[in-house]
Write a new protein. Structure first.
Lengths: 114, 117
């Protein structure tokens, strides 16, 4: 079993839909969870950051972590065509990523149709 | 504006040639990284450096080399020993572990796409 599993999609939704993106993981030591957004031919950028379990909301985006199920989610409300991108989950067991131990999912490609 | 600059954006190489990808950052970050991204594979860590004049191998270091002579610069050389070098290469940086202020957030450059002919 891979450390981090993420459905690669592609996922296509109409504008205004609620989008749910998910990752599962196997390493119970992971405590720091992130979602990165990557537009085509660009580098990823951090979208959401969560420590341990719980929810975090930022505008139309909500990140959820369920450590008991080893499952994290990113919800996008009122999705817009500008949300079309690849979304990568990432996680680490160590505070601070400079140990090089940030583990990425393979990314889910999302397309929001006008 | 602070950020990470990668060059060149596109690079073509003949088999058997070494190529060097440039990565410069002006964010005053201690840690720098090189990732490789292939379709359906996600990001895989090649090398990382936590401090000047020191670096560690990542998961797929074979066929690659790096140097860290300056805080701002972390060039990656793709050698002829790398069996399948065609890929999208991403350089990133983070604050580092000083003062435990590092949340682990990585700041990425725009990437370099290498194609071997």
């Amino acid at each position: 079993q891979k450390e981090v599993e993420q459905d690669p999609g592609p996922l296509s939704v109409p504008e205004g839909a609620i989008v749910s993106l998910n990752c599962t993981y196997s390493n119970s030591a992971f405590q720091y969870f992130m979602w990165y957004r990557q537009y085509s031919r660009k580098g990823p950028e951090l979208l959401m950051y969560t420590y341990s379990s719980g929810n975090k909301e930022d505008g139309r985006f909500t990140a959820q972590v369920d450590k008991s199920s080893k499952y994290i989610s990113l919800f996008i409300r009122d999705s817009q065509p500008s949300d079309s991108a690849t979304y990568l989950c990432a996680m680490s067991g160590h505070y601070g990523g400079s140990q090089g131990n940030l583990i990425f999912g393979k990314g889910t490609k999302l397309s929001v149709k006008p | 504006d602070g950020g990470i600059t990668q060059s060149p954006k596109y690079l073509f190489r003949k088999e058997g040639q070494n190529v060097t990808l440039s990565c410069e950052q002006n964010l005053n970050h201690d840690a720098m990284y090189w990732y490789r991204q292939d379709p359906g594979q996600g990001l895989r860590l090649i090398y990382y450096s936590q401090i000047v004049n020191d670096f560690q191998k990542g998961d797929i270091a074979e066929g690659y080399s790096v140097s860290r002579e300056k805080k701002e610069s972390f060039p990656l050389t793709v050698t002829s020993a790398q069996k399948n070098p065609t890929a999208f290469y991403l350089c990133a940086s983070s604050i580092g572990d000083r003062g435990r202020t590092d949340t682990g957030e990585l700041f990425f450059g725009e990437g370099s796409r290498l194609t071997v002919l």
